[in-house]
Ligand binder design. Structure first.
Ligand code: 13P
Ligand code: SF4
Length: 361
């Protein structure tokens, strides 16, 4: 029963004291957020993880790629734990290293002397982050994607030295929508972006299309944000003319174009917090965050943009029984569900993540 679980978690947390930090992503259930020492979007949480000095355990209430990044960014001595190993991310699973190496070889062959800078969204495996780090690129999140792309267009950190006068081509993993939305906002025309389908030769493009492309978008997407459609915004405009529409940039381009604002989960939280009473919002992101904002701001009208259950089922796997289980094991001196990235991957993924942290700051 929930009250008993809450009591047990609070007791374990108190016993572990300053040896433990619990990080919680904005998409987590309220019951989990209640126990988080820090909450935030994936950028904020990666910074928090990097700041954890003197802590023995980081329990990451989020998904697998976030816990991997936390392991990479913390000292070797810090043990990072994911309460449920089944908490993955279908988008991150859409790009693997073999496919990446294959795409890279093909792109290099067609692009000749033009440098290519790989950029990966945080929502990717440590192996993809390491690939990116080793090839002069960086990680980005939805809150700093534009800054990272600007850095990449200037040449990133190519192993063979600065790109000189040739503007590099960007290979963007794995979320085509974040890549397209951000590059478009920076002035890259849609017809200079191609989608790379790893299951097809040349990603399903002609040589000319590849040569002409400024941005190559990996064929990946978030199945939660894919549920928001332009018609949902048309309905809001028809039925609630005063309502502002704010969406996450993992939504499709057509949705972002019709929305009033688009930004990371932290951006969405900030906009709602800064709005005066009476503001009306239709929010296009995961339902737990929208419902939490609704509870925290009863003086505003807040609805989910669409009647679908926009729930990230893997985030939802982190629940009180799993949190209780990992914490009570720690109290007993046992580390369960530890996330450990191997040394080679760690080395280059660190480079890619540190570049991101440096670009932002
Ligand atoms: P942010 O936390 O960067 O907004 O990303 C949302 C998300 O989908 C996390 O998986
Ligand atoms: Fe992955 Fe989408 Fe869930 Fe984020 S919301 S963890 S991108 S499936």
């Amino acid at each position: 029963p929930e009250p008993e679980l809450r009591t047990r978690i609070a007791a374990a947390k108190a016993t572990l004291g300053s040896r433990l930090a619990i990080l919680g992503h904005h998409y987590q259930q309220d019951a989990i957020i209640d126990f988080a020492d820090f909450t935030g979007d994936s950028f904020e949480l990666s910074r928090r993880a990097a700041d954890q000095k003197g802590v023995e355990y980081v329990v990451f209430c989020g998904v697998h790629f976030m816990a991997e990044s936390a392991d990479i960014l913390t000292d070797e001595s810090v043990r990072v734990i994911l309460p449920d190993m089944g908490a993955g991310c279908s988008m991150a699973d859409m790009a693997n290293l073999d496919q990446t190496l294959d795409a890279w070889a093909q792109l290099k062959e067609v692009s000749g002397d033009q440098p290519i800078i790989p950029i990966t969204y945080m929502n990717s495996s440590a192996a993809i982050k390491a690939f990116v780090g080793e090839h002069g690129g960086a990680v980005c999140t939805s809150s700093n994607c534009r800054n990272v792309l600007e850095w990449a267009f200037k040449g990133g950190e190519l192993p063979e030295g600065p790109a000189g006068s040739v503007t590099p081509k960007i290979l963007f993993f794995p979320d085509q929508h974040l890549g397209r939305n951000t590059a478009y906002a920076m002035g890259v025309p849609l017809d200079r972006m191609i989608v790379w389908d790893p299951k097809q030769d040349l990603g399903g493009n002609t040589e000319e299309q590849v040569r002409n492309a400024i941005v190559v978008l990996w064929k990946g997407h978030c199945s939660v944000h894919a549920l928001f459609r332009p018609e949902h915004i048309d309905d809001v405009r028809r039925n609630h003319p005063n309502m502002k529409v704010i969406v996450h940039p993992e939504c499709k381009w057509e949705v972002v174009q019709k929305a009033d604002m688009a930004g990371s989960t932290a951006y969405i939280v900030k906009q709602v917090e800064a709005a005066p009473p009476g503001t009306e919002w239709a929010i296009g992101t995961e339902v737990h965050l929208v419902n939490r904002l609704k509870q925290q701001h009863p003086d505003q009208k807040i609805v989910v943009l669409s009647d679908c259950q926009c729930l990230c089922t893997t985030m939802y796997r982190i629940d009180l029984p799993h949190l209780c289980w990992v914490l009570e094991n720690l109290v007993d001196g046992k580390v369960v569900n530890e996330i450990r990235v191997d040394a080679h991957t760690r080395k280059w993924a660190t480079v890619a993540l540190q570049r991101m942290l440096a670009i932002k700051g």
